[in-house]
Design a protein around this ligand. Sequence first.
Ligand code: SF4
Length: 62
Amino acid sequence: MHVSVDRDLCTGHGRCYVLGPDVFDADESGYCVVKVSEVDGDLLEQARIGMNNCPEDAIKIS
Ligand code: SF4
């Protein structure tokens, strides 16, 4: 599965990289960057948790 972040929607709450630190990271301003874009298993679960907890609906898994 492929995980992506719409950086135009991200406002830097940080929930994704706190809850899914192996998939998401913060840039120097606190906005989300994807560390691993092709995920399965535990990484997919982290990606889903991040997506489900993003208040801006900025994370997509396809
Ligand atoms: S939870 Fe959403 S808004 Fe917050 S840093 Fe992650 S992608 Fe951005």
